[in-house]
Design a protein around this ligand. Structure first.
Ligand SMILES: NC(=O)c1ccc[n+]([C@@H]2O[C@H](COP(=O)([O-])OP(=O)(O)OC[C@H]3O[C@@H](n4cnc5c(N)ncnc54)[C@H](OP(=O)(O)O)[C@@H]3O)[C@@H](O)[C@H]2O)c1
Length: 249
């Protein structure tokens, strides 16, 4: 799906999961990519090499997405290298571990909500003015399946995490229709359980082939993201797309 000439910034792009598969898939489809990660530089180098093997340019950038100065510095570096940022995928976040609400420490709560909510606003704030000016933009958040009504979510999960995901959904639904007049779409993908894969498996999945019916793979999520970035998806905005995975439906 033609993303030639586009520049995508993907947060949390060097783990074993969705961020990396999304970055590789957007590169497969023609985009140059900014690969955001928090700390682990050696993993970033392998993903840079994989993007370059697809014939695209990659800029790795270490930044905590809940830090406003770091986010602004990342966008400045992206624009210095590629000229602009057309696509933002807000994937960094999670994981969670079981915790009762009475046990959640205030500092932990602040960190989770900063990563899920504040980071989303910081990315929107950095990206939207340029997207509006150029009349084309795509902003995609990774939310969470069932986060809008966690009565049906896993009871052992801490409530800070789905609260943050629900806020990502709320921002998506609210901003999506508003930005359409500017040629910008704002959408979210809400996956259920999506286990990580090796880099070799992620690269193999890029080339298609059966991904199985047992549950979500990162590539399943990445293909939805790639479609949302395409010109064909220009009218889809404010959508929170469920990918239940292995969760019973
Ligand atoms: N996996 C699932 O079953 C599942 C289900 C529903 C939703 N999700 C959501 O989907 C997204 C991707 O999850 P994933 O499981 O596929 O993980 P992943 O992409 O393999 O890894 C997440 C990446 O985000 C990075 N990250 C976390 N906090 C960050 C921060 N503050 N600043 C910059 N980078 C940060 C991590 O970096 P470090 O390695 O340096 O910490 C890690 O590389 C997350 O938002 C997650 O909450 C996951």
């Amino acid at each position: 799906m033609g993303l030639e000439g586009r520049v995508a910034l993907v947060t949390g792009a060097t783990g074993g999961g969705m961020g990396r598969s999304i970055a590789l898939t957007l590169a497969r489809d023609g985009a140059d990519v900014v690969l955001n990660y928090r700390a682990r530089q050696e993993r970033a180098a392998a993903v840079v090499a994989a993007v370059e093997s697809l014939g695209r340019r990659a800029l790795p950038f270490a930044a905590d997405v809940s830090d406003a100065d770091a986010v602004d510095a990342m966008f400045a570096a992206a624009r210095a290298r590629f000229g602009r940022v057309d696509i933002v995928v807000n994937s960094a976040g999670g994981p969670w571990k079981p915790q009762d609400i009475t046990e959640i420490a205030p500092a932990h709560l602040r960190a989770v909500l900063a990563e899920e909510i504040e980071a989303t606003v910081l990315l929107l704030r950095a990206a939207l003015p340029e997207m509006r000016r150029q009349g084309w933009g795509r902003f995609i958040s990774i939310g969470g399946y069932l986060a809008d009504d966690w009565r049906f979510g896993p009871p052992e999960a801490p409530l800070d995490y789905p609260l943050g995901k629900a806020a990502r959904h709320w921002l998506t639904r609210t901003l999506g229709p508003r930005e359409l007049a500017h040629g910008v779409t704002v959408n979210a993908i809400a996956p259920g359980p999506t286990p990580p894969v090796s880099l070799d498996d992620a690269l193999a999945a890029l080339r298609g082939g059966r991904r199985g019916r047992a549950g979500n793979t990162p590539q399943d999520v990445a293909e939805v993201a790639a479609f949302l970035c395409s010109d064909e998806a220009v009218r889809i905005t404010g959508a929170v797309i469920p990918l239940p995975g292995a969760t019973a439906v």
